[in-house]
Design a protein around this ligand. Sequence first.
Ligand SMILES: [Fe+2]
Ligand SMILES: [Fe+2]
Length: 358
Amino acid sequence: MTTTLAKAAGSVAAAAGPAPHLREDLLTPRFYTTEIAKAASTDLAGQRAAFEAMLAEMEADYNREHFDRKAPLDRLRELTAVQKEAYESYLVRSCVSEFSGFLLFKELSRRLFKASRPELGRLFQLMARDEARHAGFLNRALVAEGIEIDLPSLSGKRPITWFPLSWVLYSVFLSEKIGYWRYILIDRHLKAHPENSVAPLFDFFEPWCQDENRHGDIFNMLIRCWPELRQGLRGRLLSRFFLWSVFLTHSLTVCERGSFYTLLGIDPARFDAEVMRQTNRTARRAFPYVFTFEGTRYVQLRDQLVDTFRQMQALGEQPATPGRFLKNLGLKLRFAGLLVHQFCQPMEATGVQLEGIA
Ligand SMILES: [Fe+2]
Ligand SMILES: [Fe+2]
């Protein structure tokens, strides 16, 4: 029988409640929904050849044998309490994010079949299959740690966030590609430094990241079905907002949870910068504009944002006094100023907005 999260977390932590990294509010997957009728009206005519090739690739299911349900996922060595929490937090967050992708793709698939778009429904069904495998594998690594998350029951409590279709296309493309770069960069690092691989889970990352890469390519094809999304001010704003917000979330998460990367012998700030650079470069194939990293202050502002964020967190743990209030206000204003400054950093046109225009 599946243990409930509260029970499982309770077994890990004291009776006072689950450990901070196992709190239910962090675990509950966000559920996203979108303009289904609009999604169902996607015109594949101009992308038919690319669509058929991608559907065939997804049907071929290259990773069918890869996610072996019997492969042992027990950790290879003892960790300190801090390292153990870092590893478990990583597993929890990754598992929840994979499961959240599964929920989105499954729901889109179901609704697209219903809207008489079986070929699109099938494509989303196959992406949901991959995400379910990924979440299941991470879940097994958590079970090896003695933690059981009842994902289906958590998904019943999900808050639903509605996004316009354009937001879903831009943000999912980026989250698939950033996922690809995260997995492949960890894989490359651990192949060069196998002594830092603390768990067999990491041996599975290479073919795994190819799933994410394919999903990203599918979303690029879907963006191409809506040429107006890449043109004019709209294309410029969508590119800027989603690249900036996805990179900011990545920077704050990686730098705040740096102990996981340190455990693997990776410098968190350098890893974050490399993931951003590579994802930004990949986005050149899909978005009309990308950030310019060379010769701009983008990464420098990232350092200042992370530093201010850390100071805000440290201050939050101090007793409430008028002095703390004023200092907190100062830090918040500084943080807001840095956000605006980073958001406005220079971008360059990629040329994709001109595709399809005679
Ligand atoms: Fe995935
Ligand atoms: Fe994916």
